[in-house]
Design a protein around this ligand. Structure first.
Ligand SMILES: [Zn+2]
Length: 255
């Protein structure tokens, strides 16, 4: 089963593959019996044996775990939190739990903790996921796409190592407002629903994606994790590839 992936161009860099990569990584679906989107990958662009996937999952789930009992949580996300118990432990030095605001006033006690993670670590993970979805749409590697030049934005991402204190509360408010403006701007684009794993799809509460393919050379992929965290990505591809990808998007399936 695994052998048919070996030697094919890697979804990300085109080098000969040594196996397959799940998109998103299988780690995200612990506890669920869904299928996975799979793409051929070289050793460098295969995260299945690395710690990285656990770190990202732990970072994304930290706000849910820290608000357990304080706010209602979707049952499927709750299950994901329970299945990630070991990851929280293993990843605690790379997905560092921190309050969003230190010395929270009493009316903000419900604010969940967040997790700090290095921007490069998070962004490279998003970059690879986007490349994998693009590969899965076309079922082939496109050498002309420069993945390192991808634009990545998330209204849920604050690049900051520690908590805001009350003195820097203004700053936090400013970031929230900017993030909201960012979301409004992106949502003006026309987003088409993406596809899923086949035949058993991903639980949409865990992962979902949308696509925006215009008539120039730009492609947008919006990822959503745990029904809550949106990551917008934009990249350029040759026109003929954009046209081919648009057909895939319009027919609603990856073939
Ligand atoms: Zn590679």
């Amino acid at each position: 089963m695994k052998n048919r992936w070996v030697g094919k161009p890697c979804y990300y860099c085109g080098n000969p593959s040594v196996g397959l990569e799940h998109a998103p990584p299988a780690h995200m679906f612990k506890g669920f019996t869904c299928d996975k989107i799979r793409v051929p990958s070289c050793l460098v662009h295969n995260s299945s044996k690395s710690q990285h996937d656990q770190d990202v999952v732990a970072a994304l789930l930290t706000p849910f775990r820290s608000s357990e009992g304080l706010q209602p949580i979707n049952p499927k996300v709750q299950l994901a939190v329970e299945r990630a118990k070991e990851s929280f432990q293993r990843s605690k030095h790379r997905a560092i739990e921190t309050p969003f605001i230190s010395n929270k006033p009493s009316d903000m006690q419900h604010l969940p903790n967040v997790a700090y993670m290095s921007t490069e670590s998070m962004f490279s993970w998003i970059r690879q996921l986007t490349a994998a979805i693009f590969y899965d749409g076309l079922k082939r590697y496109v050498a002309e796409v420069d993945w390192e030049r991808m634009i990545i934005r998330s209204p849920n991402w604050v690049a900051r190592k520690g908590p805001f204190d009350l003195a820097s509360f203004e700053e936090a408010g400013k970031i929230f407002r900017q993030n909201q403006e960012l979301r409004d701007l992106f949502d003006e684009e026309q987003w088409e629903p993406g596809w899923s794993a086949h035949p058993k799809p991903y639980p949409t509460e865990i992962y979902n994606f949308w696509l925006s393919v215009g008539y120039d050379d730009g492609i947008g992929i919006k990822h959503q994790f745990y029904g809550n965290f949106d990551w917008y990505t934009w990249f350029s591809a040759p026109r003929n590839e954009v046209t081919a990808f648009r057909k895939v998007v319009r027919t609603g399936m990856s073939g």
